[in-house]
Design a protein around this ligand. Structure first.
Ligand SMILES: [Zn+2]
Length: 306
């Protein structure tokens, strides 16, 4: 008996302890309000804190699952440019950063594009995963964005993009910066064809992303309290030598100062954007809801707009 109590029993107990610790880690999460939240409650509430309402970041898949009607959508394949064209190394090799980001996100790059329906209207939707090197925008993101725009033009259906990015990817230097005029030109093609382009700015949207496609939408919507800005708060404060208000660069502050059109809670994004698109497409909402296959109808609406 002695060897059981001395050796086997502690071994079994340690195994159980480890299992309990692991499952606790998965079941609970924290929020900026410092409350401990049951993960399932957070997921049921559109990944918004049930206690303070903070909108937690979403992965591209979570975003698409929440936004599309019945979580039904199809991922669109996008081109993959060469990795690391500048052989860039900072504290780590850029190729190593890419490798670990791909492992975490299960995506080739930060942007994913999908096709599906919202409010029964066919749309193309893009999203950024902040876990992929801060959602930074390089050549692959640019290609994905342009592929999304092209798909919207080919099918004559609206393009919606959820921004979540620290800005351009500096490991790609001027190649990343070149994505700013490229995406701006792609957006102007949408406008020439009278295809609605809606941007939803989520936390955070900063740097070159704010300075290009994220501010070019026909309608600019933000999630509550999202950080929206170009340069960081400290840089601006040091430059203008003034104390900035606490709410500076929040979605509500930017809206108050005319930078964006609406601040909408995540749970209302599908219905609000669906209604707005019906207006932009000059389509009665009841008609949109009753139609099952609406690609030709949208074509007609677009023709009537143009
Ligand atoms: Zn909270």
């Amino acid at each position: 008996m002695n060897w059981i109590t001395k050796f086997i029993k502690p071994k079994i107990e340690s195994l159980f302890r480890k299992k309990t610790a692991d499952s606790e880690q998965v079941l609970w999460t924290t929020c900026e309000c410092k409350n401990l939240i049951y993960k399932e409650d957070l997921q049921k509430n559109f990944n918004c804190c049930p206690k303070c309402g903070a909108h937690h970041k979403l992965t591209c898949t979570e975003r698409f699952d929440l936004f599309f009607d019945n979580s039904d959508y199809e991922i669109i394949e996008t081109p993959s440019p060469n990795d690391d064209p500048l052989n860039f190394i900072d504290k780590k090799k850029y190729t190593d950063r890419l490798k670990s980001a791909r492992k975490i996100t299960n995506q080739e790059d930060a942007v994913a594009i999908a096709k599906g329906k919202i409010n029964n209207l066919n749309v193309i939707v893009g999203a950024q995963d902040f876990r992929f090197i801060g959602g930074s925008f390089g050549a692959a993101s640019g290609e994905a964005f342009i592929a999304g725009v092209q798909n919207a033009i080919d099918n004559k259906i609206p393009f919606i993009f959820f921004s979540c990015s620290g800005g351009q990817r500096m490991m790609e230097s001027s190649i990343a910066l070149m994505q700013m005029p490229r995406t701006a030109l792609a957006v102007s093609e949408l406008k020439k064809k009278n295809i609605p382009y809606v941007v939803v700015l989520t936390d955070p949207t900063t740097g070159g992303v704010t300075a290009s496609w994220a501010m070019l939408g026909d309608i600019l919507i933000a999630e509550p309290s999202a950080t929206i800005g170009f340069a960081g708060r400290r840089v601006i404060q040091d430059t203008v030598r003034e104390t900035l208000p606490d709410e500076f660069q929040t979605a509500e502050y930017v809206k108050e100062h005319g930078g964006i059109d609406l601040v909408i809670e995540r749970k209302y994004l599908n219905s609000t954007i669906g209604t707005l698109l019906n207006v932009l497409l000059k389509k009665p909402e009841t008609q949109a809801r009753s139609e099952s296959s609406d690609v030709p109808a949208i074509d007609k609406s677009l023709q009537s707009v143009s």
